[in-house]
Design a protein around this ligand. Structure first.
Ligand code: FES
Length: 186
């Protein structure tokens, strides 16, 4: 698997302008706002959910309804946990052999860090766009996945980069399933 470290700015590319940084900052605030919207919804299902997610790297996936995602924080970085629909999984698997900038199959996008297969219905990825770190939003772009509004990077339903300037797929955090419904991140 390719090294998915978030790229730092390297020579040969244009330096981000002050306006870019302002936009990036705005994107980060937007992400916090999105998380704030998610938690009250999750709270209704399990009052202790937000506390658990913030205090521990373990998360109960049973709290994420199909077709929804939550944003949790691991090492102070936002992580998407998306409960994918059958259509989202099928769309990702259909494109496994399509030309991509950072080729990975859908199975590789859901693999546990111990090398064992994960769960196709749960996609767990770090939320920072691999371009300059804005937080993409789900439901935008032409691949049914995420759109990063900062500079137009489009990710598919496996969070693979499909168009726009981002060089890599959204990064997988290390995780293993500690039970059938609980994932331990980190
Ligand atoms: S930060 Fe530039 S496209 Fe996402």
């Amino acid at each position: 698997m390719a090294d998915h470290a978030v790229p730092t700015h390297a020579g040969g590319e244009e330096e981000p302008t002050r306006r870019d940084f302002i936009y990036i900052a705005t994107g980060a605030v937007g992400a916090v706002g999105a998380a704030a919207l998610v938690w009250p919804f999750i709270d209704q299902m399990s009052p202790a959910a937000d506390t658990l997610a913030l205090a521990s790297s373990e998360y109960d996936l049973g709290q994420v309804p199909e077709g929804q995602q939550v944003v949790i924080f691991w090492r102070k970085q936002p992580v998407f946990i998306r409960h994918r629909t059958a259509a989202e999984i099928a769309a990702a698997q259909k494109d496994d052999a399509a030309p991509m900038r950072d080729p990975q199959t859908d199975a590789q996008r859901t693999v546990q860090s111990n090398g064992q297969a994960g769960k196709a219905q749960f996609l767990i990825v770090q939320a920072a766009c691999t371009h300059f770190g804005c937080i993409p939003t789900f439901g935008g772009g032409s691949f049914g996945g995420w759109l990063c509004a900062c500079h137009g990077s489009v990710y598919d339903t496996a969070a693979r980069i499909r168009s726009g300037p981002a060089p890599l797929n959204l990064v997988l955090p290390p995780y293993v399933y500690s039970s059938d419904t609980v994932v331990k991140i980190g």
